[in-house]
Design a protein around this ligand. Structure first.
Ligand SMILES: [Zn+2]
Length: 669
């Protein structure tokens, strides 16, 4: 497989939306900005295929020739994320049917039924033609299949395909009835054709809830597989003509609908689009990066970010001077090998005309945004290839699992405010603030690499997980888990015999009941040292079965019963957090975890600076990022080191203003 020879710096480029005379000016400005890469042909299907039997490549040929002449790294889109209007008119069955059961008309993007054979036929034919034509071009560095795969479809095509998918999974009707617990409400089925998709007209409820989680979770798996099959079809079509260029599609962080761990197995390299809002915590952005790196355990591409502002958020704040640079280095720090923008030239019309771009509507280089892009371009150019492929070693793994994401948020009760990503993030944030590196890992990951595995709301315990977790802890691992864990199997049926089911022995506790607290309610937990803190959301009522209590509830009828526990198991231990403690209390618990497991932060002193380390061929690169609004002093361990971005030597007096960044390359600290 080919590799990147430099940090790709560029982004989405749509010269087909502009008159020819602008193209030369684009190139002049790109050179000036240090741009070396362009993502093209993402939305050009109607242009390339104006009718069923007609293909027109002249314009794309010209664009590819122009970029090849400039020795750009071309990221080649396949244009299949938005279909031409003529296709709808002639084949209306290619349109999606939504959750409310409405067949869509032509419009928007991500609008094709993934199980439409007509869509598949046209998409495959288009991609084959593109691969045949451009696959041997040495400047095509990466294939970008489709764009931001997303959404779902509830049409007849999908219903039929769902039945086939289910037959393959369950083999017999009896097994399916049991898995979905269809005896409940007398929903037992006797024929595969009685199965209907769980949308709002059937088992689905308003707000994407469901009467039968088993059906709805299987539908999520099926829909993710359906779209993944579309990706694999395009990938295989490219491979027929191009044996060794990287193939990706751009993902979207913690996007709910697609099981990205499963997707990543089919992709050569993960890429993703990073669009934090003005109020997104930096720890959340970092977690998203770590998740994207974790999908394959490899560096990723940052396929899209805006150089200045978005258009689709409620409040599209400008990125303050320096913020885009700092955000870009945070991205590289967490494992990116590319920095790409959406978009290079700002659209003249339609919904993205107010989406920021390298070249703004004024059309010149005399803008703040352009200057900042150009400065970063020069820095990345000077950095060369030294960071490409570098690792991000970590001693802590946090489990992220799409089955759990779906199941937890489908389940009816006990508390509607339970949100999967927020639960994961609160644990991530602790390690982030301590500058302790984290890997985001799948449920079937290799736990033995980590001193600590954190598994918040591990609601669904699938086959094999109990053994894997017990084996990990038995051999000295430290597991952190808590409420809403161990409760159900892969079909959302409860593990009988007492909560937390398969984790009961491991955690050394029995949870008899789960109390839900409304937003205006709270309880308190009292640690063994007497310190007391608020807790919210849920309260597990815990009986000790070998574990010790680290904190008890101090009110309600279950006052004095354990809320947080620790159990020794083999050579390791399990911490169980049975309620939602306020942040300080969670910190106190996780402080104990890190001391017990001997997990070390990257530097010994506390700082509000974000410190990230990447390693490559026994070199250590330390990123020092100030993502706060205050000026911060340098941790002394970095004094006298040279910032390789600026060439400046840091001193013990160096301070970091907001959005200041430094990058050090050192043998050791
Ligand atoms: Zn469909």
């Amino acid at each position: 497989m080919k590799k990147f020879r430099r940090i790709l710096y560029g982004g989405d480029y749509n010269p087909n939306q502009w008159p020819r005379e602008i193209w030369d000016e684009d190139i002049r400005l790109f050179r000036k900005a240090g741009i070396n890469s362009a993502t093209i042909n993402v939305f050009s299907w109607a242009k390339i295929q104006p009718s069923e039997h007609e293909y027109y490549f002249d314009e794309l040929d010209e664009i590819v020739e122009m970029l090849s002449r400039e020795k750009f790294d071309i990221v080649m889109g396949t244009s299949t994320a938005a279909m031409p209007a003529w296709m709808y008119k002639k084949y209306p069955e290619i349109a999606r049917t939504d959750y409310k059961g409405r067949r869509h008309k032509f419009g928007q993007r991500h609008n094709s039924c993934p199980n439409s054979l007509v869509y598949q036929k046209f998409a495959k034919r288009l991609v084959e033609k593109l691969a045949e034509r451009y696959g041997s071009n040495e400047h095509v560095t990466c294939w970008h299949v489709n764009n931001e795969y997303s959404g779902d479809c509830y049409c007849e095509n999908c219903e039929k395909a769902f039945r086939v998918w289910l037959k393959d999974k369950y083999k017999t009707i009896e097994a399916l009835n049991k898995a979905w617990n269809l005896e409940f409400w007398g929903h037992t089925i006797y024929d595969w054709d009685e199965i209907v998709l769980p949308n709002e007209l059937s088992e689905g409820l308003e707000n994407d809830k469901t009467a039968f989680a088993g059906i709805s979770i299987d539908y999520r798996r099926f829909n993710s597989d359906s779209l993944l099959n579309n990706f694999k079809m395009e990938r295989d079509a490219i491979r027929k003509y191009d044996p060794d260029t990287l193939i990706t599609t751009n993902l979207m962080g913690t996007y709910k609908n697609l099981d990205y761990f499963k997707w990543a197995k089919e992709m050569d390299i993960v890429s993703w689009d990073n669009y934090p809002s003005y109020d997104t915590p930096w720890s959340m952005v970092a977690m998203n990066h770590d998740l994207m790196r974790g999908l394959k355990g490899q560096p990723f591409m940052l396929m899209e970010q805006t150089p200045s502002q978005q258009n689709w958020q409620p409040y599209n704040s400008l990125k303050k001077p320096g913020l885009m640079r700092a955000q870009s280095y945070q991205t590289v720090a967490h494992g990116a090998d590319t920095i790409q923008f959406f978009q290079l030239r700002r659209s003249v019309g339609a919904c993205e005309k107010f989406h920021g771009a390298v070249i703004e509507h004024v059309g010149t280089e005399n803008t703040r945004v352009f200057r900042e892009v150009a400065e970063l371009g020069e820095e990345l150019h000077n950095l060369g290839d030294q960071l490409l492929g570098a690792d991000n070693p970590a001693q802590v793994g946090i489990i992220f699992d799409w089955d759990n994401y779906w199941a937890l948020e489908y389940t009816s009760g006990p508390n509607k405010d339970l949100k999967y990503v927020d639960q994961i993030h609160q644990y991530y944030r602790y390690f982030y603030e301590k500058n302790i590196p984290v890997d985001m890992i799948p449920v079937d990951g290799d736990f033995s690499k980590y001193k600590v595995v954190v598994a918040p709301v591990l609601y669904m315990i699938k086959d094999g997980m109990q053994e894997a977790l017990e084996n990990y802890v038995e051999n000295g691992g430290v597991l952190v888990t808590g409420f809403m864990s161990g409760l159900v199997d892969q079909s959302d049926n409860v593990h009988l015999g007492g909560y937390p089911g398969p984790l009961r022995k491991l955690a050394g506790i029995w949870v008899e009941e789960i109390d839900a607290l409304a937003p205006e309610q709270s309880n308190n937990i009292r640690f063994t040292d007497g310190m007391e803190y608020d807790c919210h959301l849920l309260c597990d009522i815990i009986h000790l079965e070998g574990a010790e209590s680290l904190a008890d509830y101090s009110s309600n009828f279950y006052a004095n019963s354990p809320a947080v526990t620790k159990n020794s198991f083999g050579q390791g231990a399990v911490y169980y957090v049975g309620t939602q403690p306020e942040q300080k209390a969670l910190e106190k618990i996780l402080d104990q975890v890190t001391v017990y497991s001997n997990v070390k932060p990257l530097i010994d002193i506390e700082t509000k600076l974000e410190i990230v380390r990447r390693t490559v061929s026994d070199k250590n690169y330390y990123f020092i990022l100030n993502l706060t609004n205050e000026t911060l002093s340098i941790p002394q361990v970095f004094a006298d080191k040279v910032d390789i971005l600026t060439g400046n030597k840091l001193t013990s007096q160096t301070t970091f203003a907001p959005y200041d960044v430094a990058l050090l390359c050192v043998d050791s600290l």
